[in-house]
Structures are given as C-alpha cells and as structure tokens.
Design a protein around this ligand. Sequence first.
Ligand SMILES: Nc1ncnc2c1ncn2[C@@H]1O[C@H](COP(=O)(O)OP(=O)(O)OP(=O)(O)O)[C@@H](O)[C@H]1O
Ligand SMILES: [Mg+2]
Length: 298
Amino acid sequence: MTESAVTVENLVVTVPGATGPVRVVDDISFEIAAGNVLGIVGESGSGKSLTALSLMRLHRSPVRIDNGFIRVAGTDVRSLAERELDAFRGNTIAMIYQNPMSALNPVLTIGNQLVEAIRIHNKVSRRVARNQATDMLAEVGIDRPADRLDSYPFELSGGMLQRVVIAMAMSCNPRVLIADEATTALDVTTQARVLDLLRGLIEQHDMAVLFITHDLAVASEFCDDIQVMYSGRIVERGTAREVFEDPRHPYTLGLLGSLCTLDMELDRPIPTMPRDIAELSRLAPAIDHAALEVQELR
Ligand SMILES: Nc1ncnc2c1ncn2[C@@H]1O[C@H](COP(=O)(O)OP(=O)(O)OP(=O)(O)O)[C@@H](O)[C@H]1O
Ligand SMILES: [Mg+2]
C-alpha cells in the first residue's frame, strides 16, 4: 500500500482550563491519500481549525499538542526542529483561509507578493519570477494576468483575491493543502468558480486536501470523504455519500436536520445542537451512549 500524504494518529490538543488542560482535540486519527479531499464538518468550537493547524504546527501558546503522531508527505511533523519548520511550511504544506486579505499585504502589489513567494522557494531572477507569477495568475483563472501584477489587493474583488491567495499557496507546489472556510466569505457563484478551480488544481497536482467548512452542501459536493467533529472528537466518517445519505451518528443527523432551505416553511424553530455529549444523550435517551465514545468507522 502506498503511504498516505497525511497520517494523524491519536492527536490530542489541549488548552488550559480552570481545573487543568482541556482536550479541545481529543484523540483523533485520520489519513488523507494524495489526490483526495477530506472534509471536516462540525459546529463552531468542535476543534476543526486546531486539527488543521496541528498539521503545520502553527499553534501558539497556550494551545499545545499533547499527544499524537503527525506525518505529512513523509515528514514526522512533531519531530521537526523549530528551524526546520519554515522550510516545511513553505515547501510541503500550504493553507488558505476565509479572509484572503489576511494572507496579503495591503500596501504591496499582487506582483511583488507573488514574486517574493516564488523567490523564497526557487532561486530564480526577479524577471523569471515575474513571468512565473503571470503564468500562475493565468492558471488560477485571472484575466489579463500581466496587468493584474501591478494591482494592489484593494483593487481586486473577494473572489479574485482568493484566487491570488490560491496562486501564492500553489507557488511552493505543496503536497498537502489546507482550506479552512476558504470559500465561506464568497457569494455562491464565485464560490462555485473557486471550488472548480481548486478541484482542477488538486487533480493536476495530486494534492491531499483537508477541507474545513460549515457548509454541508459544499462539503457533500466537494469532498471525497467526510469526517464529522463534535466536541473535539470524530464522531462519524465515511465517503461523502455515506455520511450524507445514510448518517449513522445522532450528531450528524442533528447537523443535517438543522439544514434549512430557502423554500422551507419555517413553522417550527430551526433545530440546534446541544452543546455537549451529556446534553445530547439526555435529549435523545435512545442513543447508545457508549456509541458516542467510539469513533464510527465504516
Ligand atoms: N488560542 C486559544 N486559547 C484557548 N482556547 C482556544 C484557542 N484556540 C481555540 N481554542 C478553543 O478550542 C476549541 C476548538 O477551537 P477551533 O478553533 O478548532 O474550533 P473550530 O471547530 O475551528 O470552530 P469554528 O467553526 O468557529 O472555526 C474551541 O472551544 C476554542 O474556544
Ligand atoms: Mg475554525
């Protein structure tokens, strides 16, 4: 069997609490094969972003990885020395976030930022880097790419900016891409276009992708596999089709139940999810409580 691009085993991430460390990511394991998209869904605070940040070792104190093994493209991430982290983050793994402006410097042109990103990874002249930057903007579907190099971030739309950020992320030809709510801020049409772009890049570059979203419709369309997080745990996982068509876990059922569509008649309150597992099992006594503790594997 070929080695997965991402392997996470028994990851525990903690933050300090009043009575000791709180496990905000609680003993989770998963793998992502090259060319595959693993979606993580789950409510706010369930540990999605901290899971993603663990792959890059981007936590800041007081958040810490307390246990677990993380391998990304053959690298044992937890054993990297501090001085090795920049090269690892630049060459192996890249991340795109919800707000493209947070990844860009507002006072530098798009071209300057792309040229810098390229020159960090490849020892090429400024002129060669500029040509590569033009090609990259074309690859992410930006019109008149050569002209756009001289634009400042504020001159571009949100969708275009996210394309620029994707181009920057791709400049190191990463083996693994993390997208944390990367299309959430975009309107539906722009979102669909950016997702098409990402899909093409993933196939072309055979990247493994961790795709975090609140949007279950997007997750079901875009992801190969889905894992559902609840209170720091993975409570269900399977192919996107399995999880959405035949959810096994009460939390997943609840998550799907809280979907509402525009044409839905709101004659009842929109269901919301209980905050913790104890409350969930009180509301649904028929649930086998032990099943909540076990990761649902298919
Ligand atoms: N720097 C921090 N210090 C203390 N607690 C933190 C810190 N960062 C995150 N947490 C806590 O860890 C838990 C998981 O956070 P995380 O950001 O992974 O959630 P998430 O699933 O990404 O949520 P969202 O959907 O809102 O982005 C939350 O309860 C959060 O309050
Ligand atoms: Mg988050």
